[in-house]
Design a protein around this ligand. Structure first.
Ligand code: NAD
Length: 248
């Protein structure tokens, strides 16, 4: 794909943070963006209004809890029904429940795995028949450097994010014959609500660990997504690190 113009892109959890930045980047480039949100209808609809005036005339918002297999499949089906096709799926929605292993409950584990790993499978499974039929497609899974390096208090999150990398490689192998590429992006610390919730003292320590001495911006991750879509036809099964050097 050399141009975004007219490409239909579904982005999960796009009401804020990195997902929102991806929607803005791709929508301004002329992609028709389906914004998935779980709860924040107002901000998703406000984003859609903005996108419709700035290049994504058919942008729309679709409510779905993607950690539920049925809702994840409905999201993909509704996007195809309303926009005519699907060219790109960006799995971005994620949560974290951080506790050291001693305090991590089975429920904390299950909730995070369900959302951060299982949901990625649900949306991909629903999108594959459409991609296979049109013999093209791009899947971009937002993982994290925590899935590569581990992080204190994030056993559940790091397991899910590592799982995404393995899932990405197998999906890339299996879907290549349908001309579908599948890649993961591993952001480092990025300035979103997820990062803002970290206590200031912990943030100071984090900055010391980043060779570039700053956190990344959501736009920097969005630019990597754009790159994979527009210039990534021969890139598949890869993990693209956007992390200021915190993990090499
Ligand atoms: P965020 O909390 O600002 O946004 C996450 C979005 O996912 C929200 O809009 C939320 O409503 C949505 N979401 C959560 N559960 C959902 C569900 N069940 N169904 C649909 N949507 C749901 O977080 P962010 O920082 O923008 O993170 C986006 C992605 O990037 C996540 O996968 C996260 O793990 C990853 N990531 C973030 C950072 C960071 O430092 N911010 C670093 C590495 C990776």
């Amino acid at each position: 794909m050399t141009t975004l113009e007219g490409a239909v892109v579904v982005i999960t959890g796009a009401g804020r943070g990195i997902g929102r930045a991806i929607a803005l980047e791709l929508g301004q480039g002329g992609a028709q963006v389906a914004i998935n949100y779980a709860h924040s209808k107002e901000s998703a609809e406000e984003l859609v209004r903005w996108l419709r005036e700035h290049g994504s005339q058919h942008a729309l918002a679709i409510q779905a809890d993607v950690s539920d297999a049925t809702q994840a499949a409905s999201l993909i089906d509704e996007a195809v029904q309303r926009l005519g096709r699907i060219d790109v799926l960006v799995n971005n929605a994620g949560i974290n429940i951080d506790r050291s292993l001693k305090n991590l409950s089975v429920e904390d584990w299950d909730t995070v795995l369900q959302m951060d790993l299982h949901s990625y499978f649900y949306t991909v499974k629903a999108a594959v028949p459409y991609f296979a039929k049109q013999r093209s497609g791009k899947i971009i899974n937002i993982s994290s450097f925590v899935g590569q390096a581990g992080n204190f208090g994030q056993a559940n999150y790091s397991a899910a994010k590592a799982g995404i990398i393995g899932f990405t490689k197998t999906a890339a192998l299996e879907l290549a014959r349908s001309n579908v590429t599948v890649n993961a992006i591993c952001p480092g610390f990025i300035e979103t609500e997820m990062y803002q919730n970290i206590p200031d003292k912990v943030k100071e320590g984090i900055l010391q660990r980043i060779p570039l001495r700053r956190v990344g911006t959501p736009q920097e991750v969005a630019r990597a997504v754009l790159y994979l879509i527009v210039d990534g036809d021969y890139i598949t099964g890869q993990t693209l690190n956007i992390n200021g050097g915190i993990y090499m």
